[in-house]
Design a protein around this ligand. Structure first.
Ligand SMILES: Cc1ncc(COP(=O)(O)O)c(C=O)c1O
Length: 385
């Protein structure tokens, strides 16, 4: 069955890239654990010659993710960071990126500590005000790189407005859509040129594998990124491709439950007398609530709240029992973390201060457990401060 965009989201999630195996009829896609492929004669292959360049399980996942984001093709990499690195591999010394000043901390670490050494240039702006993006664009700007909502401050960027500005200046827009997943936000509909995900998070959804993807809107991007996969080699293994393929089949049901639980937990936290503030785009108090309603079809389950001090944050994190304290997000289990010392340690104290990321902030990725159990756990943890 050819899966075109006329099918609904879950139909695409379950069927795109998932046709029964032609040789056996197996309904679940085979994991092609092979490095190489027998060739019938010199130059005559069945479409695959070496697994760095291509693997049938990877092809299936790439078809699946392209169908979910509404792109023409997708390219998967060994982690979200490898996918960001692949964007940089499309550039040359002297090229420039305008990036949001609040991104997952590993992204500015890659940009500032590796890519600047190779001659790439970066300017960071508060992209919530799109005029800042326009001011920062230079003749050498190739990409505008945004994350919306941002990790961990939950700030939004207007994808359509940024895309219009970038296109007027001949640059492309890359959107990290990890927090929303294509179920709640499809940046290509608003003009984005490339959609990035850490598939480690909601797309896989079970905290059991790393991965990254770039969904392309043109054949040219797809060809160049295929070349990057082959030439630079940071590809996703067949087993992890299979895990993500399996994960996306339940993406819609998981995201609905994440969203339902996320709203309940955000409401609970915002009514708690010991919580100073809550950042969640689904709260009417969020400064960009209107934009969230226009650009997203749900609010997801990422919430950051202010406990008031490092000591308070530490106490909450030590006391949780149902929530797991650890890095990462987007799994079926609730994960709770301390951005200042974990995901955003790499940007340094100065960098955190500049964007308003405090030591008292705690980030929670609300899972799909029974929400009463999550609330009860937070209640007893917050009682400690
Ligand atoms: C929003 C976002 N983008 C990218 C990444 C990097 O992905 P990975 O850990 O798969 O390399 C992360 C990781 O936490 C993230 O939260």
């Amino acid at each position: 069955m050819s899966i075109k965009n006329k099918f609904g989201f879950s139909t695409r999630a379950i069927h795109a890239g998932n046709a029964a195996d032609p040789s056996t009829g197996a309904v679940a896609p085979p994991i092609f654990a092979t490095s190489t492929y027998a060739q019938e004669e010199l130059g005559k292959t069945k479409g695959y010659d070496y697994s760095r360049a291509g693997n049938p399980t990877r092809t299936r996942l790439e078809e699946n993710l392209a169908a979910l984001e509404g792109g023409v093709a997708a390219r998967v990499f060994g982690s979200g960071m490898a996918a960001v690195g692949a964007i940089c591999h499309l550039m040359k010394a002297g090229d420039h990126i305008v990036a949001s000043n609040n991104l997952y901390g590993g992204v500015p670490r890659l940009f500032n500590q590796i890519m600047t050494n190779l001659g790439l240039e970066f300017t960071y702006v508060d992209s919530a005000d799109t005029r800042n993006v326009e001011r920062a664009i230079r003749k050498s700007t190739r990409y505008v790189y945004i994350e919306t909502p941002t990790n961990p401050l939950m700030g939004l960027t207007n994808i359509e407005a940024v895309s219009n500005i970038a296109h007027q200046h001949g640059c492309e827009v890359v959107v990290d859509n990890t927090f929303m997943s294509p179920y709640f936000q499809q940046p290509i509909k608003f003009g984005a040129d490339i959609v990035m995900h850490s598939t480690t998070k909601f797309l896989n959804g079970h905290s059991d594998g790393l991965g990254g993807v770039l969904v392309c809107t043109t054949k040219d991007q797809a060809e160049k990124l295929l070349f990057v996969q082959k030439a630079a080699g940071a590809i996703l293994s067949p087993f992890e491709c299979w895990l993500v393929l399996r994960g996306t089949k339940t993406l819609a049901v998981r995201m609905k439950q994440h969203d339902e639980n996320g709203r309940v937990v955000a409401d609970y936290l915002s009514g708690h007398r010991k919580v100073k503030s809550v950042a969640y785009p689904g709260l009417k108090s969020h400064p960009q609530y209107e934009l969230a309603c226009r650009q997203m079809t749900g609010f997801g389950s990422m919430i950051t709240f202010e406990t008031g001090s490092l000591a308070n944050a530490k106490r909450v994190l030590k006391r949780v029992r149902v929530c797991t304290m650890g890095e990462s997000l987007g799994g079926v289990e609730t994960l709770i973390s301390h951005p200042a010392s974990m995901t955003h340690a790499a940007i340094g104290e100065k960098g955190r201060k500049a964007i308003g990321l405090t030591d008292g902030m705690v980030r929670i990725s609300v899972g799909i457990e029974d929400v009463e159990d999550i609330i009860a756990d937070l209640e007893q943890a917050l009682a400690g401060i």
